[in-house]
Design a protein around this ligand. Structure first.
Ligand code: PEP
Length: 248
């Protein structure tokens, strides 16, 4: 059986004082539960110090596709490793839509992460208009294919995929468990057509307005292996309850 993994995505939220309170609250409550938080770059050192020795991993929300050099404002995978990161989110819909990240750039970032030893959390998902046009599977397949073409299907043994329907992110509109399960099953079967073993072991998280109140019904679905949690990961009680739902 696959384990489940819940990762928080703090987005551009937090302050040193707020983070200290949040990390102090989740650390003891998640003792022994595997979870992760993906924090803004400036808070990596604080997160590393607070969570060292706990079962909660940490990571970043973006990275450069470049290894080093004259790329002002960018942050490399090697730098994230120095702060003890295990995970890095790549291809979040906000990066794709607000910062114009193409499938090809996302694939390069995915490879840069893996080359340095980070586990990428690869986000895929369709816009509302794409769902309504009936092209959800085609969009998700295109996003996955870009990564598979660049890095190979075997690379997914060292990655996590997060299915995040864009219309459900930060909107309060969650995909129904059936809607989410259908896309998760599609993702797994698509990978299985290339490598059954990789598909069977692949963690596929659901993201999009997951809360303590709807986590259990999502996580009970056979192909949903935990969640990528935005807003609710900033509220200690919510995040802890979601992680506990996944650990059951
Ligand atoms: C996210 O940021 O990836 C996300 C899923 O956000 P939210 O849980 O707030 O919808």
């Amino acid at each position: 059986m696959r384990k489940k993994l819940v990762a928080g995505n703090w987005k551009m939220h937090g302050s040193l004082a707020e983070n200290a309170a949040l990390l102090d609250a989740i650390k003891p409550a998640l003792q022994g539960i595997e979870a992760a938080v993906c924090v803004p770059f400036p808070y990596l050192a604080q997160t590393q110090a607070a969570l060292a020795g706990s079962s909660i991993a940490w990571g970043a929300q973006n990275l450069s596709e470049q290894a080093k050099g004259a790329f002002t404002g960018e942050v490399s995978a090697a730098m994230l490793i120095e702060f003890g990161c295990r995970y890095v989110i790549v291809g979040h819909s906000e990066r794709r839509s607000l910062y114009g990240e193409s499938d090809e750039l996302v694939a390069k970032k995915y490879m840069a992460a893996q080359t340095a030893g980070l586990t990428p959390i690869l986000c895929v998902g369709e816009l509302l208009a794409e769902r309504e046009a009936g092209v959800t599977e085609a969009v998700v397949a295109r996003q996955l294919d870009a990564v598979i073409a660049a890095a190979g299907v075997a690379s997914l043994a060292r990655a996590v995929v997060a299915y995040e329907p864009v219309w459900a992110i930060g909107t309060g509109k969650t995909a129904t468990p059936e809607q989410a399960q259908a896309v998760h099953a599609f993702i797994r079967s698509k990978i299985a057509s290339l490598d059954a073993k990789v598909a069977e072991g692949l963690l596929i998280q659901y993201g999009g307005s997951v809360k303590a109140s709807n986590a259990a019904e999502l996580f009970v679905q056979p192909d949903i292996d935990g969640g990528l949690i935005g807003g609710a990961s900033l509220v200690a009680g919510e995040f802890v309850a979601i992680c506990q739902a996944a650990a059951k």
